[in-house]
Design a protein around this ligand. Structure first.
Ligand code: RB5
Length: 192
């Protein structure tokens, strides 16, 4: 087939634009991957978790749930249903959050009460005892709670997972009145 100069020119222009088009597509494709990765990373949290024997089964289910959802989880134990004191687990988790090694902490004992009392001894910790979905959301919006405590003898594993999901997914509202109130809590952390 004879290609006249005009046809050659049209072919060249065509190839040129197709090339730009495909390079553009490839570029956008890689750009999309980067954006998606950044987006996914921003959703991933580092979470410290602990339980005593009263919360062991709940803790195991929560660890699986969080890992399945891409979060990085450090399991501080306990690793069986044998009787044990909640104090060490609460301190390990609370200190790792306070020292910013982990973004948030989750603690489960029989009632959640011992864990919350102990965790709240650590400076910078705002541990919230939660057994319902409303409180799970409210304590993130209003208190910027950084540790969640629950009672394995009070709520089912399914309910605990629902609470964890809302608590993890809810951002602090950053509204002035809530920031002011949290600042007042921080001021009192040095008082005996
Ligand atoms: C253990 O029996 C129980 O006291 C503990 O799990 C927790 O409920 C304490 O607050």
């Amino acid at each position: 087939m004879i290609l006249y100069k005009r046809h050659k020119l049209i072919c060249l222009i065509y190839i040129y634009f197709i090339r730009i088009y495909y390079i553009g597509i490839v570029f956008l494709f890689f750009f999309d991957i980067i954006v998606v990765r950044v987006y996914i990373r921003s959703e991933i949290m580092k979470i410290a978790i602990g339980a005593d024997h009263g919360g062991f089964l709940h803790k195991e289910a929560i660890v699986r749930f969080l890992r399945d959802n891409g979060h990085e989880v450090r399991d501080f134990g306990t690793h069986s249903q044998d009787s044990t004191d909640y104090n060490e687990y609460a301190l390990d988790v609370a200190k790792s959050v306070s020292n910013k090694l982990y973004d948030r902490g989750i603690l489960v004992c029989g009632t959640g009460v011992g864990m919350s009392i102990m965790a709240n001894k650590v400076v910078g910790i705002r541990a919230a005892l939660v057994h319902d979905l409303f409180t799970a959301e409210a304590t993130r919006l209003h208190n910027d709670s950084n540790v969640l405590t629950m009672g394995g003898r009070i709520i089912s594993i399914d309910k605990a997972l629902e609470i964890v999901k809302i608590w993890i997914d809810t951002d602090f509202s950053k509204e002035d009145r809530h920031v002011r109130r949290i600042d007042k809590i921080s001021e009192f952390s040095e008082i005996k």
